[in-house]
Design a protein around this ligand. Sequence first.
Ligand SMILES: Nc1ncnc2c1ncn2[C@@H]1O[C@H](COP(=O)(O)OP(=O)(O)O)[C@@H](O)[C@H]1O
Ligand SMILES: [Mg+2]
Length: 329
Amino acid sequence: MTRRIVVIGGGENAEHDVSLATAAAVAEALRSGGFDVEEVTIGRDGTWRRGQEALGSGVLGSVAGALGVIGRADAVFPAVHGPSGEDGTLAALCALTHTPMVGSGLRAGAVGMDKWTTKLVAEAAGIRTAPGRLVTAAEIAGIEFRTEVVVKPASAGSSFGVALARDASQLRDALACAARFDDRILIEDVVMGREVDVAVLREADGRRWAAPPLEIHADGLFDTRSKYDGSARFSVPAELDHGDRAALTEAALRMFDALGCAGVARIDFFLTDAGPVLNEVNTVPGMTAESQVPRMFAAAGLSYERLVARLVDAATVPGFHMSAICGAP
Ligand SMILES: Nc1ncnc2c1ncn2[C@@H]1O[C@H](COP(=O)(O)OP(=O)(O)O)[C@@H](O)[C@H]1O
Ligand SMILES: [Mg+2]
C-alpha cells in the first residue's frame, strides 16, 4: 500500500524560507519515489495550512486541524529548521500523537539546537569545542573582550546573528544583533582551521554510518549570504588524510550517539592542526538536493531520492518506550 507522508515546512523563525526550500525538495523526492505526500506549512505567524488551505482559524484552530492530517499519516517528515521545529517541538507533537517521524526525538533536537548545551555534552564526551562563554541579553552592555571573538545566538541557524568581532565597537554591534535572535548569547574564541561537515545516518535496523566528509571553502565566516547565493564552494569528498578522516568520523558518530540522534544529523567541525573541534550539530539539516547532507550521501552512492526514502523507512515514534515502563510484565 502507498505510504502517506506528511512533510512539515516553514516555521516561526528566521529560517522560515530555508525550511520551505527543504520541505519542497523533500516532498518532490518522496513523490517521485512513490509516496503519497501531503505538504503542511507552519506560517511565520504560527498558523498551519495544507498547501494554500488554512487548517483552521487562528493558531489553535489550525493546529487542531493539522492534528487530523498528522493522525492519518504513516509518518511525519519534519523539515522545520531552528526554534519551534528542529529543537524537538515537532518531535514532541509526534510523540504525544504516537506518530512515526523521521529524525531525532525531543532530547537530541533540544540539546542540538542549543550551542551552549551541545558544547557541554561534547566536552563531557571528550570532543573539543571552541572555548566560550554564555551571556544573557540582559548582560551585554557590560561585556568586554580584548581579543577577536565570534558572537552567536545560542539557538539559531543559517548564520543569522553570527558575527566576528575585532574591536569593542564591533563587539557591541555583534552582541546587539545576536540578541535579536536569542536571549542567550555565546562568545567564542576564533577557531583557525578548515571547516568540515560530517553527515551521519541511522538506518531502520539501527546501524549508523557517516558519509564522506564535505569541506566548505568560505572566505572568512560561512555567513548567511554565502550559504544561499550559490557562492560557497564545497569539496565532496573533502581531501583528507586517513588520520583526519578517521578522527572526524569517529567524533561525529560519538556526538550522534551522545545526543541520541536518529534519522540524519550533520555534525560540523573545524579541522585544526590539533585535530577536530566541534562547531555545532544540526538535527534537521538543510535537505535540498544541493544541500551539504544530500551531496555527502551522493558521494557515498546514495541518491537524494533513496536517501529520503531510507529516512522514511527508519521513522519511529519518538521516545516511545511506554510498554517497557507501564505494560510489560
Ligand atoms: N568559534 C568560531 N571560530 C571561527 N569561525 C566560526 C566560529 N563559530 C562559527 N564560525 C563561523 O560562522 C559560521 C556560522 O556559525 P554556526 O555556529 O555554524 O551558526 P549556524 O548555526 O547559524 O550555522 C560557521 O560556519 C563558521 O564559518
Ligand atoms: Mg553552522
